[in-house]
Design a protein around this ligand. Structure first.
Ligand SMILES: Nc1ncnc2c1ncn2[C@@H]1O[C@H](COP(=O)(O)OP(=O)(O)OP(=O)(O)O)[C@@H](O)[C@H]1O
Ligand SMILES: [Mg+2]
Length: 317
């Protein structure tokens, strides 16, 4: 469905190129919620931008591509980086990080829904007809159709996020990219948003790519997930397996640091800091923080390989 084919991206800065996504190669399937976790600055949002084809200065694709293929309304389709933007909303949609600010503050929500509908449909059908369908869709999502007459600033943070999710899913896209959709919301609202995403995925049987630094969110919502560190994936597999038996030392330490009900032991953080992307260490980028690192780890970049069926890890150990 969504093939990330040896993708590398960088930002052009006054100090030179900063390589942010390094040779990522993986597939996201039909009908799954795929999670991407990792520390701030590891490149999660950059990866989503490259998938969604928002590759604009200073971001560049250095090598590789993204291929989006599938079937919609009985018709097969396939497109790749450079063409994906032509299928926005219809085949793929994107809920950006800090999505609260993507709604235009000076237009009513109905105008923003109409804007998302492709020209072809707007030429064929009246705005009234489209808005009636939007209203029905909002009702299905337990939102009032009256919201269409509201301005974004009249909505609470949680409500705005629900509207953005409704906007991103109204045309039943095959893939929805959601970048930190619950950050900055309290836990009750967060739960409501996650339930809404899960319900929509079940209904549409499509693919949701969920980026979050919150491992608890991944545990509750995703079926498979990847752990990202300094621009690369260090582990990928079924979420359940990753939590039950993490393989990469970084994943093991991340999961070991999670609080658990009833556990009175002291939690140990991961020592050190992620490396600067402008001057990354040679070899495995986690080696300077890894308790198991050897000389080989400091010199040789570990390959990201399948160590068990469906389980990929980048570690010499
Ligand atoms: N426009 C830009 N120009 C230069 N560097 C950038 C730009 N945008 C992001 N970066 C750098 O790219 C790296 C990855 O950023 P990105 O936003 O993808 O991280 P992230 O994993 O999404 O982090 P967070 O969890 O904080 O959202 C960071 O080091 C960041 O400073
Ligand atoms: Mg981000």
């Amino acid at each position: 469905m969504l093939k990330i084919d040896h993708l590398s991206t960088s930002y052009r800065t006054i100090d030179g190129k900063v390589h942010v996504v390094n040779n990522l190669d993986f597939t996201i399937r039909d009908n799954e919620i795929f999670g991407i976790a990792g520390e701030s600055g590891c490149g999660k949002s950059t990866l989503l931008k490259a998938i969604y084809d928002i590759v604009e200065f200073p971001l560049e694709i250095d090598s590789g591509r993204v291929i989006l293929s599938g079937e919609k309304d009985g018709r097969p389709f396939s497109c790749e980086s450079g063409e994906i933007r032509k299928t926005w909303w219809n085949h793929i949609s994107y809920i950006p990080q800090a999505a609260q600010s993507v709604l235009n503050p000076i237009t009513r929500l109905k105008a923003q829904f109409l804007d998302s509908v492709p020209e072809k449909i707007r030429e064929r059908e009246s705005d009234q007809h489209i808005l009636r369908q939007v209203g029905q869709y909002l009702e299905e999502l337990d939102l009032s159709p009256d919201l269409l007459n509201a301005f974004p600033f009249q909505l609470s943070g949680g409500m705005r996020q629900r509207v953005i999710i409704a906007l991103a899913t109204f045309l039943s896209p095959n893939v929805v990219l959601a970048d930190e959709p619950t950050t900055a919301l309290d836990v009750v609202v967060q739960r409501g948003i996650l339930m809404m995403l899960m319900r929509l995925q079940k209904q549409l049987k499509n693919t949701i790519v969920l980026v979050s630094h919150d491992m608890g969110v991944h545990y509750q919502v995703t079926g498979r997930m990847a752990i990202m560190y300094s621009g690369s994936f260090v582990e990928l597999g079924k979420t359940e397996d990753i939590f039950r038996s993490p393989i990469h030392p970084y994943t093991t330490m991340l999961i070991g640091a999670l609080p658990r009900v009833g556990d009175r032991g002291q939690k140990i953080g991961i020592p050190g800091q992620p490396p600067a992307l402008t001057d990354p260490p040679s070899g495995c980028r986690f080696a300077p923080r890894c308790p198991e690192a050897t000389e080989r780890c400091r010199c040789e970049v570990p390959a990201f390989r399948e160590v068990k069926p469906g389980r990929f890890v980048a570690c010499h150990m």
